[in-house]
Design a protein around this ligand. Structure first.
Ligand SMILES: [Mg+2]
Length: 339
């Protein structure tokens, strides 16, 4: 054994070696890093090249599969950073904070309701953040995700899209102070949403909305007054508003709608008789609305005011958001969305 080896084995010499090796230089930056945590620093270097992507989800205890859901989202990528909500409003709050902190993209896991909360948070943070909305569809309908052409049944493909960072800008709308991107309504459809409980949705899936609709049809509805610039005011019991083509699942209710035309597509139905619902289904199926139909009116506008003698529920993106009166107008900035 050489003298050098002996010296290294002496306790004092070993101590000196450790002392002097506490810091090491990294590259030619001149910076010193402690050696005590080399593993963590190596990880940190990796993270800098592959930054975390915040993902907002509701791991609601209502579902026994909630834990599985979190695990399956985590398994998508090491870049997933879960922000679990614990109550209503959390998704919006988290999204606003993440956008203000400079996140380039905030991902919403869930249905149209969760997506709406997250886009409201991003929009409230303001356009200067440049934050885009990412979507991992996991709801009953996923209308918005489908309309954007996302592979809604393939979370892995949706995630790949998010990692590529490819975004597009679409029109963003306000119903009073609530932002929305896909659809809105007042009167019958909002009442249907109010009737469709979580338990019913879980048991019957999309059919739950049909059941609620039949329930609402049995009751009467107050008449809404619909005022759009350059048009005679019209009255009706059902008001449906679309930014995207689809409404309530696979129905192409707004065949002329575009995410980027600066216009809302509007349907006003005089009454919610079964005959009118059948007519509406036919118009939607053929993609052609009769411009002079007495019962069902279809038009496009950049602004809309709805009033009613009674307080009538209003919904945006399938979530209740207050009551009439309501003013629909375009937000002063678009929504950046991964698609
Ligand atoms: Mg439009």
């Amino acid at each position: 054994m050489s003298v050098t080896h002996w010296v290294k084995m002496l306790p004092s010499a070993r101590g000196t070696e450790l002392e002097s090796a506490k810091f090491y230089h990294r590259g030619n930056t001149g910076l010193q890093f402690p050696l005590r945590r080399p593993r963590r620093w190596r990880m940190s270097a990796e993270l800098r090249s592959r930054e975390k992507i915040p993902v907002i989800l509701n791991p609601s205890a209502r579902s026994a599969r909630a834990g599985d859901r979190v695990q399956s989202i985590r398994a998508l990528s090491p870049r997933v950073e879960i922000h679990a909500t614990t109550g209503p409003g959390d998704a919006k709050k988290f999204a606003r904070e993440l956008a203000l902190a400079g996140a380039p993209v905030v991902v919403a896991v869930g249905g149209d309701g969760t997506v709406n909360e997250v886009l409201n948070g991003i929009a409230q943070a303001g356009p200067q953040t440049g934050t885009a909305l990412g979507i991992l569809p996991a709801g009953t309908m996923n209308v918005f995700a489908n309309d954007l052409g996302l592979p809604a049944s393939r979370p892995d493909e949706c995630w790949n899209l998010i990692e590529t960072g490819r975004t597009r800008s679409i029109d963003l709308w306000l119903a009073n102070d609530e932002y929305f991107a896909q659809l809105a309504g007042a009167g019958m459809d909002a009442s249907v949403i109010a009737e469709t409980t979580w338990a019913r949705k879980k048991q019957f899936g999309p059919m739950s909305y049909v059941m609620s609709m039949l329930q609402v049809l049995r009751r009467g509805s107050p008449v809404l007054k619909v005022i759009a610039p350059g048009r005679e005011p019209i009255e009706g019991k059902v008001l449906l508003v679309g930014n995207g083509v689809h409404y309530g699942g696979p129905f192409r209710l707004f065949p002329q709608a575009s995410f980027t035309d600066g216009l809302l597509d509007v349907i006003v139905m005089k009454s919610h008789s079964l005959l009118n619902i059948a007519r509406l289904s036919m118009f939607a199926a053929t993609g052609k609305y009769s411009p002079k139909h007495r019962e069902i009116t279809y038009f496009q506008t950049h602004e809309l005011d709805i009033t009613c003698d009674e307080s009538v529920p209003v919904q945006v993106d399938g979530e209740l958001c207050g009551t009439t009166p309501v003013k629909f107008r375009q937000a002063p900035f678009p929504l950046k969305v991964v698609a």
